[in-house]
Write a protein that binds this ligand. Structure first.
Ligand code: GRF
Length: 203
């Protein structure tokens, strides 16, 4: 099942996907990893796993549209059935999100619809939330607003800093992202009229 993964940073979620497929738990082939940052550590992880990599800097393009057009061309070259955003820190154009509607997933470190955008761990602490977590969702044009596929939560404990919370959430990410990708690759997960369905039932 051909997949392309987009990253901007460390790529620990990418690593979780690589590990799960090496362990035989996930039947996907990561055709390529693309980063908008050449220095992203995730590119090294991919190379170690023998996966083709590309660095495509948004700074080399004069507009968001131009960058997204080039990015789409690169992705389509690999003919993926699913595009996985794994810490890809760029806002995508509507043309781009429409192109991959129903076949692009993102992972966002909050219990959506709470805390869209950046700095989610600190914001959850500041808001005195009892719990915090992570969401996998289909990508639609509006930022972090697509239909949620799967969430995992953890209690916010006294003394939790944003860093501590980020670590706890990351551990959850590495469980729920491979599982969501597995559901999609098995044909169990789909987006219909903007809503996510698992085994034909709305999520
Ligand atoms: C994760 O916290 C993810 O939820 C967010 O970006 C981070 C990526 O981490 N979208 P990594 O690069 O996979 O380690």
């Amino acid at each position: 099942f051909p997949v392309v993964v987009l990253i901007s940073g460390s790529g620990s979620n990418l690593q979780a996907l690589i590990d799960q497929s090496l362990q035989g738990n996930l039947d996907i082939e990561i055709k390529a990893v693309i980063s908008n940052k050449a220095s992203a550590y995730g590119l090294e992880r991919a190379q170690k796993a023998g996966i083709p990599t590309h660095a495509l800097s948004h700074k080399d393009f004069e507009s968001r549209e131009a960058f997204d057009t080039e990015l789409a061309g690169l992705i389509d070259h690999y003919q993926p059935k699913l595009v996985v955003l794994a810490g890809f820190m760029r806002i995508l154009t509507e043309t781009f999100t429409r192109r991959y509607e129903g076949r692009m997933l993102n992972i966002h470190p909050s219990l959506l619809p709470k805390f869209k955008g950046l700095d989610t761990h600190q914001r959850a602490i500041d808001a005195n939330e009892a719990e915090h977590g992570v969401s996998v969702h289909f990508v639609t044009a509006e930022l972090d607003a697509g239909s949620v596929v799967l969430q995992a939560s953890t209690l916010i404990e006294a003394g939790d800093t944003a860093d501590k919370l980020a670590q706890k959430v990351h551990a959850l990410e590495h469980i729920i992202y491979p599982l969501s990708v597995k559901w999609f690759s098995c044909g169990r997960l789909e987006l219909k009229d903007g809503l996510a369905y698992l085994d034909g039932k709305p999520l």
